[in-house]
Design a protein around this ligand. Structure first.
Ligand code: FAD
Length: 310
């Protein structure tokens, strides 16, 4: 589909780049390009952009930190939105008694927020230590780990629907569950998280504990998108996806430049020269071998963008 850029973007307060290698912006660092990458400078511009895309039947995808994303080698069409303007990365702390309701823009960086809350002696965000990405991506994925997921501290989510309507949800009404929620399709604009005042030293100790655990169990220095598969919740097993892959003898299984990590079987890591196709083929191979070994169907946690309709 040919997009009329003047009718879509003319007079909008946005930065635009064409034919942009967004695969390189992901944690995998591989994969194709976006026909149109748009960074709105404020939420009015974003809302109007989404409305025009709906009017013109153009797909909108939102790129966070790219930490849970694989972009196909053929790239993606439509519009890819990136919330990297300062307006989307603001963090505002507002204390009320011992509770701090922090408002966080969807483009804010998780690492930075963990550091910032730790420095301020605010407790409640420690479980996100070592998880890369943005707040928006973390809410979409309900990211987290053994110490809980992000929904634990979420109070509200401001959301832009693909029709261009903005609505503030109470997080308690969003049915957050393991790596999912009832949050409708669309774009997270902002959230409030509730944190409690605490001794900065104790907060730092908890952050270090979470971080050390991740470092000892996950191949954090390699290129990956975190866990490749969700732990089975609909199958008759207590085993994690990693344990199922390990039991099928797949650690070290390689397709092209993509490999099942020896460190953690649920991580697909890449070596220089790997392609997104290698990773996709390895995902298929793992699913088929685990199915054959245990009869369990694994479902990818990593989000894969392809040229088809979103
Ligand atoms: C080394 C490593 C370790 C990891 N460890 C963990 C872990 O312990 N626990 C865990 O849960 N995850 C982990 N991950 C995965 C990843 O960090 C999380 O899923 C993270 O929340 C992704 O955020 P992101 O901003 O990078 O999203 P992206 O990867 O950019 O996008 C992921 C999905 O979220 C959507 N999205 C992004 N921003 C928005 C928005 N503003 N509104 C709506 N949708 C949006 C995208 O469209 C896409 O569908 C790890 C990844 C790596 C590379």
């Amino acid at each position: 589909m040919t997009i009329s850029r003047s009718s879509l973007l003319g007079d909008l307060d946005v930065d635009v780049s064409l034919d942009t290698p967004i695969g390189a912006m992901t944690w995998y660092g591989i994969g194709g390009r976006a026909d149109l990458l748009v960074s709105p400078r404020n939420s009015d511009a974003l809302v109007e952009l989404v409305r025009r895309c709906r009017r013109d039947d153009i797909d909108v995808r939102v790129l966070g930190g790219g930490a849970n994303l694989l972009v196909d080698d053929a790239g993606v069409g439509g519009v890819v939105v990136k919330l990297d303007a300062p307006a989307f990365r603001q963090v505002k702390y507002s204390a009320s008694g011992e509770i701090n309701a922090t408002s966080v823009g969807a483009g804010a960086d998780l690492f930075r927020l963990v550091q910032d809350t730790k420095r301020r002696g605010l407790s409640g965000f420690e479980m996100m230590a070592g998880i890369p990405g943005t707040i928006g991506g973390a809410i979409r994925m309900n990211a987290g780990g053994a110490w809980g997921d992000i929904s634990k501290c979420l109070r509200t989510v401001t959301h832009l629907s693909m029709d261009g309507d903005v609505r503030v949800f109470d997080a308690a009404d969003l049915g957050f569950r393991y790596r999912g929620s009832d949050l409708p399709a669309g774009i997270v604009l902002e959230s409030t998280i509730t944190l409690a005042e605490d001794d900065p030293i104790r907060v730092r100790e908890r952050v270090m504990e979470v971080f050390q655990h991740k470092r000892s169990t996950q191949p954090m220095a390699d290129h990956s998108a975190g866990c490749a598969f969700r732990n089975p919740t609909d199958a008759d097993t207590e085993l994690s996806a990693g344990a199922l892959i390990d039991q099928a003898g797949l650690k070290g299984l390689t397709v092209g430049g993509a490999c099942v990590s020896h460190h953690h079987a649920n991580f697909i890591v890449t070596t220089p020269g790997a392609s997104a196709t290698d990773v996709r083929n390895l995902i298929d191979e793992i699913r088929s071998r685990v199915r054959a070994h245990s009869g369990i169907e694994l479902h990818p946690e990593v989000v894969v963008w392809t040229r088809g309709r979103a």
